[in-house]
Design a protein around this ligand. Sequence first.
Ligand code: SF4
Length: 368
Amino acid sequence: MEQSKAKSLYIHIPFCQHICEYCDFVRVGYHQDLADRFLRRCEEDLSLRQGETFETIYIGGGTPSALSVKQLEIMLRMIKPFRAVECEFTMEANPENFSEDKIELCVEYGVNRISLGVQSVQSKLLNLIGRKHTLEDAENVITLLRKHGIDNISADGMYGLPTQNLDDFKETLTWMINQKLPHVSLYALTIEPNSAFERKHIKSVDNSLEGDFYQLAENMLSDAGYLHYEISNFCLPDKESRHNLTYWHYEDFVAIGPGASGKEGHRRYTVTKNIHRYLTEGIVFDEDIRLSTVDEMFEFVMMGLRLKKGIEKVRFSDRFGVTIEVVFKDAIVKNIEKGWLILSDTLIFPSDDGRLFLHDLLIDFMEI
Ligand code: SF4
């Protein structure tokens, strides 16, 4: 295995108590024996990392809070030796199964940031997308987290849901603002090929309405003091997700668990999405590729331009030994002319329009 300089660790827990209508993540219905086997398998993966510590750790899913109290403790105990001193330690949780005893365990084992799957405050929409919590559940969890000293809370919200109108979304955003949540992640519904929505022929909302939802979020959250620091992410000052910044800064991160993707050195990999193979066949990858310098330069730009701040030019030249203006001269000039890209002495970043058309903008960067 290539020597890792990774400072971040992602662990994917693939269990959920219910499967949401829109979901095509790597997940499976929670089953106690399966979860026990998964934990043993995870421990084997972690044992290969002995001696390493990580400045950010993120337990995602699936639903990590779907584990039983005992299983959660096993999980957190095995991760404990891998925490650096100042570790941002995030766990995803769903409001309906994040009980006070699980929260106490999180505190005991140093979890200091929770990403809560709220999605919407309307029960009609939550029912429609197959979520099993109520707004009251979400509020109770937030109260409990704060009672136990975990203030660094992020909430996920969704827009473009079937029947959802702008007033519905406004109500969700207002709730998030009133809760003074330090971090908010907002995602448009996409109809994924393996989701129940796809099988029911549910369609995405049109681009114009999706744009209206996005603009509403931008306006309301900016007015409330949030920084729209990444395409889908907003935060109060200094409350960016340090873990996710690792991705956007194109730094190394270790991935453990089915379907998890990592990057270490010049290698990018995705662990098998097949949970049975993950449990029975040792380390199996769906993708394990050696990145060329050209690949890395493009991916560096692709990730960096997701940030409002964009790319610090010096980080590119320190990393690749050549300036970004030299490597991507044509793409940069073309997109500045379109009004999609802005170049300062130290930064290169997308304009508001550039962020909206990031996908198209990046196509020009593929032609080095
Ligand atoms: S959306 Fe999240 S909680 Fe719902 S089934 Fe998928 S992974 Fe589980």
